[in-house]
Ligand binder design. Structure first.
Ligand code: GLC
Ligand code: CA
Length: 586
């Protein structure tokens, strides 16, 4: 075993020590029985959130929006969607968090707006409107036969060309997502000023920072070149180099960073398509003054197919371990910082993605995943329902239950392109149940009452509740000391108790090549060992250089006392999905 055991506390920061709880408002808690979650509903659950032990609440977009992409299409950054509440409600939510010693983050979605945003309505109205340059407009290309084509071959993340033709002015506008989500033109200074104003508006209301949507897409290669298409099936994969981490990204982030610094605000940026660690480092290194941390994608893209998310993909535990080890080491050595997450509103439930756990093992698997994630170096993010061990939608659900534009566009694409046969249909359906964003978007299961207590018993919620709410729900878990919820609370407590080790200690892989065990040592002091399989097995501690054990700090099966017995031997018996956190002797 290589020597490690360093603890680096030179750049302590409050945001490194915190953990974050993510709320997706439509599915959190409905307070007025219209079937849609809302801000008063969230306020009514603040004690539940506090009790979990998190420090920050991240509220997904709640602004005025036509909800083509569930609020990631913003029509007005200064008002709240009627179905969610009012600006006054958000102010109450901020207060409610602050009174409980928690902070509130908002989602800043500024790569694009909704096509219903006043800026875009102006922009599309004429070529010489003062807002024309706020978006990316380009004339068509024509072929020899005089047929009209988009300005380049970029593909939208939600299928089809990334360009939409607008009859009125005879030009195309760029939309990297849905056609109702036109991309803003950050080259144009008034756009940047508008974003700064939005940030200040919410920070002045007491909001404590932002999660920044696809923030590495804001600077695009101004030549807008065609992507080299090496294989038509993967066309969108080749264009990202022209819009992800573009030439002026850091200049723009520096500007945002200055505002964030003034308010000592928290920031986490979403950054898809990052291949080079140094690109990330330039955004998050401590002295750069840009943002605090970013969301990486490699570990959540792990089960995607070769060309497409909705194609079957396979992965090995070593892939997952290598990903974490690489980023853990890199950020530690280079004064950067990681955001740690398994789930969010775009990802399926982690128990289903990362384990094969049948229902009998759900509890231990969800606790094991909490352990392995949150005890790494970084700021842990927990997505609503993850603390309950919520699962993916049932395999029996028909397409009518799916609501997400990403999944539905894919489904319609299959039909349109006549790739639609029973086999393709079957495969796609299977993959939706594994990877569709809908998996994360079923309502939170509050109790065993009808509709899982999310909304009134006679209301049809906007999206069906996962029928397992009868077994898996908050009411049951809060009072059960062995629940996933209470286990998460102990993980977060332990992380704070041993803050120097878990937050500032280095990371060393143990048993790196194993396809069954995920193990590491933090700060040379605390060992985490997790069985990623549904089988009982023996872990050879001695062969992995672990002999100096002191006590078990945490175990996802039973009292730490019983578990301490088994770490005294050379080989440790581990049950399915068992997780052990072990203090080592000096
Ligand atoms: C981000 C969001 C996702 C949204 C997309 C476009 O990836 O997390 O939900 O659809 O950006 O805003
Ligand atoms: Ca409601």
């Amino acid at each position: 075993m290589a020597k490690s055991g360093h603890i680096n506390t030179t750049h302590r920061a409050w945001w490194k020590e915190c953990s974050v709880y993510q709320i997706w408002p439509a599915s959190y808690k409905d307070s007025n029985d219209d079937g849609i979650g809302d801000i008063p509903g969230i306020i009514s659950k603040l004690d539940y959130i506090k009790k979990l032990g998190v420090d920050i609440v991240w509220l997904c977009p709640s602004y005025k929006s036509p909800q083509v992409d569930m609020g990631y299409d913003i029509a007005d950054y200064y008002s709240i969607a009627d179905e969610y509440g009012t600006v006054a409600d958000v102010e109450k939510l901020i207060q409610g968090c602050h009174q409980r010693g928690m902070k509130l983050l908002m989602d800043l979605v500024v790569n694009h707006t909704s096509d219903q945003n006043e800026w875009f309505k102006q922009s599309r109205s004429s070529k010489d409107n003062e807002y024309r340059n706020w978006y990316v407009w380009k004339p068509p290309r024509f072929d020899e036969q005089g047929n009209r084509h988009p300005p380049n071959n970029w593909i939208s993340h939600f299928q089809g060309s990334a360009w939409q033709f607008d009859e009125l002015t005879g030009e195309y506008y760029l939309h990297l997502y849905a056609k109702e989500q036109p991309d803003l033109n950050w080259e144009h200074p008034p756009v940047r000023k508008a974003v700064h104003d939005i940030m200040r508006f919410w920070l002045d209301k007491g909001c404590d920072g932002f999660r920044m949507d696809v923030i590495n897409f804001i600077s695009k290669d101004q030549r807008f070149p065609d992507a080299q298409v090496k294989d038509p099936r993967s066309i969108w994969q080749w264009a990202d180099k022209y819009y992800a981490n573009g030439p002026r990204l850091h200049e723009y982030l520096q500007d945002l960073g200055k505002i964030l610094k003034e308010y000592d605000a928290f920031s986490v940026g979403e950054m898809p398509f990052v291949k080079d660690e140094n690109e990330v480092l330039n955004a998050v290194r401590f002295d750069r003054g840009e943002i605090n941390m970013i969301f990486n994608f490699e570990h959540v893209d792990i089960d995607h197919g070769e060309y497409d998310k909705f194609e079957p993909g396979s992965w090995k535990l070593t892939d997952l371990k290598n990903f974490f080890e690489r980023w853990q080491t890199f950020m530690y050595e280079n004064d950067g910082w990681n955001a740690l997450y398994w789930e969010n509103h775009d990802q399926p439930r982690c128990v289903d993605r990362y384990t094969h756990a049948k229902e009998e093992h759900r509890l231990h698997a969800s606790k094991m995943l909490a352990t392995v994630l949150a005890l790494q170096a970084g700021t842990p993010f927990i997505y609503q329902g993850q603390e309950l061990g919520m699962r993916n939608v049932p395999i029996e659900w028909g397409m009518e239950e799916y609501k997400d534009i990403d999944c539905l566009n894919h489904w319609h694409g299959l039909t349109k392109e006549k790739r639609f046969d029973t086999k393709a249909q079957q495969i796609a359906r299977q993959e939706y149940q594994k990877k569709s964003r809908d998996n994360a978007r079923t309502p939170v299961q509050w109790s065993s009452a009808p509709n899982g207590g999310f909304t009134g018993p006679n209301v049809k919620p906007w999206m069906s509740v996962n029928p397992d709410y009868v077994r898996v729900n908050a009411e049951k878990e809060v009072d059960d000391p062995n629940s996933t919820y209470n286990y998460w609370a102990s993980v977060l407590r332990l992380r704070k108790q041993e803050l120097d080790i878990f937050v500032y200690g280095d990371y060393q892989s143990v048993d790196r090549d194993s396809q069954d065990i995920f193990a590491y040592i933090r700060g040379g002091k605390i060992l985490v060992v997790c069985n990623f399989t549904d089988k009982a097995l023996e872990w050879d501690a001695k062969a992995n250089g672990v002999q100096n054990t002191k006590e078990v700090l945490l175990n996802n099966y039973e009292g730490t006392g019983v578990a301490t017995q088994k770490i005294m031997g050379e080989k440790w018996p581990l049950r399915p999905y068992e997780a052990l956190v072990v203090m080592l002797k000096d």
